[in-house]
Design a protein around this ligand. Sequence first.
Ligand SMILES: [Mn+2]
Length: 261
Amino acid sequence: MLWVPIQNGWAMLIEADTYFASDVHWQPGEQTGLFGHFLERLAERARAGKPTHLYIVGDLFDYWVERGVETLPGYAAHLGALAAAGDAGVEISVLYGNRDFAAGPGLSKACDAEIVGDRVELMINEQRLLLHHGDLFCTRDWRYQFYRRVIRSRFVLGMLGMLGMKRLVRLVGWMRVKSQAETNRKPRHSMAIVDSRIAAEHAQGFDVVICGHVHHPECRTVVGATPGQMLITLGTWDTKVGWYATAGKNGVALHCFDAGE
Ligand SMILES: [Mn+2]
C-alpha cells in the first residue's frame, strides 16, 4: 500500500498491476481534477518500473466527437494528462461508454491509448473478468436500448459524419441536455443493472463482471451467482472522491481514491 500526497490531502493507491475506472465524465474546458491526480499516481508507479495497466470502462469523456480531435475545444489538458501517463509507461485501454462511444483512432492518436471497444475479456490470476460499460445490462430501460441501436447504426453515424464541426458540437450538446432530462424523468429502478444479465455472463464462465454506468460504487453477488462470482460497479469521479478497482494476486477489489479534506 502506498500513501501519496496530493494537492489537498492524501490519497491511497492500492498496489496492483491492473486498474479499472469509469465515468470520469470529463467536460471540455474543465480541469483534469481528481482523475488527473490518479493518473499521476499511476505514472509514478510505472516510472518505478512496476507494470501498470489502466482500463477505462467507458464515459471517460462526457461526450466525444471523433473528428477534428486536435481542434476539439477544451480537451487538450485531458488528452495531455493521458499522454503523460502513457509516456511514463502506463498502458491505457479505453472501452466505449454511452457518452463517448464515438471514440476511435483520433482519440488513440491524440493520447496514445488503445481503444478496445465494448467488451473486454481478461484472465488475471486464474479469474475470468468481463469488462463492459454496463448500459447493455440495463435491459429494463428499453427506451435507451432503442436509442442505442439507432444512434450507433451505420446510417446515423454516417449522417453525423457529414455534419460540420460546429453543428456537430451543437447537436451533441443538445443530445446531452435531452439525455439528462430523460434520466431525470425515469424511475431509478428502470435504469438499474438487471441481475439476470450478470448471471448470464457468470454462466458463460466469467467470475467477475466489472462495469460502470450506474454511478453507484458497489461490489456484490447477484442472484444465481456461485461462490467466487461477483459484480463490481465502479463509481463516478467528482472533486472529492473517485472509485477504482484493482486486480492482482489478492483478487479483484473496489477502492476509493480520496482527495482528503
Ligand atoms: Mn454511462
